[in-house]
Design a binder for this molecule. Structure first.
Ligand code: PAF
Length: 285
């Protein structure tokens, strides 16, 4: 495995791989890796000749009042995990390498329109603009054939797919199912920021999603009934502050009719102390 710090070095290394006829798979991450990230890398390794994982905590997707400084980091541990898994390249640039004026900002942003401003985009203005911008930059640097993203960040995946379509970016984007801890909580780097009590309480998210699926399995199709049931369940856990419960069309993220006729995605955002957890479940019937 090669650790690469500069754009020029990565381009040189990947040019050689492509000249040898190798396909390139790419997994962008912000580090503090867990089994969910390693699963994305595994998908890339199974589907491409060469796998690149980037580790970069991207300042443009955090608002000034958000947890950029607190975001967990542990590059040596990340490198050990990726080495053990047999990943080919890790690209871990400094902020100045990605945003050369030193401010962690850029003049040119990629804005994916309405999809970026609804749902989590309403809670975190400019978040998806920062994600789309850095992922575009990374796609330009890595020029992957395929890129892999977790379905846990459901809206992020939708934003990136739309961006790739709208900008004709020559990369195939794949969503990979959410990997969960044994008790059902979705793996997330932010889980490490939870106190032991909040970590225990956080299983209310998968429990609420399970409840919604059970109701759908029993024939419930009313979005308002499902919404209320999920909200009531989440509110049983006093440690969590419910920020959002949304049921949207699973394909387009558009609002659904009151009675579901097609798969819908349940999107949850719950805050435990300062840590915001998100999760998603596609309600199928
Ligand atoms: O999902 C993440 O970790 C980040 O949003 C991403 C896609 C690596 C962009 O910074």
């Amino acid at each position: 495995m090669q650790l690469i710090r500069t754009i020029a070095d990565l381009r040189t290394a990947l040019r050689a791989e492509r000249s040898a006829g190798k396909t390139v798979g790419f997994v962008p991450t912000m580090g503090y890796l867990h089994i969910g990230h390693l699963t994305l890398a595994k998908h890339s390794q199974l589907n491409c000749d060469v796998t690149v994982v980037s580790i970069f905590v991207n300042p443009t997707q955090f608002s000034p009042n958000e947890d950029l400084a607190q975001y967990p980091r542990n590059l040596p541990h990340d490198l050990k995990l990726l080495e053990e898994q047999g990943v080919d390249y890790v690209f871990a640039p400094e902020v100045d390498e990605m945003y050369p004026d030193g401010s962690g900002k850029t003049s040119t942003y990629v804005d994916v329109g309405d999809l970026s401003s609804i749902l989590m985009g309403a809670l975190r203005p400019n978040h998806f603009r920062g994600v789309a911008t850095v992922v575009s930059k990374l796609f330009n640097i890595v020029q992957p054939d395929k890129a892999f993203f977790g379905e846990k960040d459901y809206q992020q995946l939708a934003v990136i797919k739309r961006m790739v379509t709208d900008l004709n970016q020559p990369v195939e984007v794949f969503g990979v199912p959410t990997v969960r801890e044994p008790d059902g909580l979705a793996c997330s780097s932010r889980n490490s920021l939870l106190s032991a009590e909040d970590r225990a309480a956080a299983i209310i998210l998968p429990q609420a999603m399970q409840l919604a699926q059970t109701l759908v399995d029993q024939g419930e199709r009313s979005v308002s009934v499902l919404h209320q049931a999920v909200l009531d369940k989440l509110q049983q856990e006093a440690r969590g502050e419910v920020e959002a419960v949304d049921i949207r069309d699973a394909e387009t993220l558009a609002e659904t009719a009151e009675l579901l006729t097609a798969p819908a995605v349940l999107l949850l955002t719950v805050r435990f102390g300062k840590t915001r957890l998100i999760d998603q479940h596609v309600l199928r019937f």
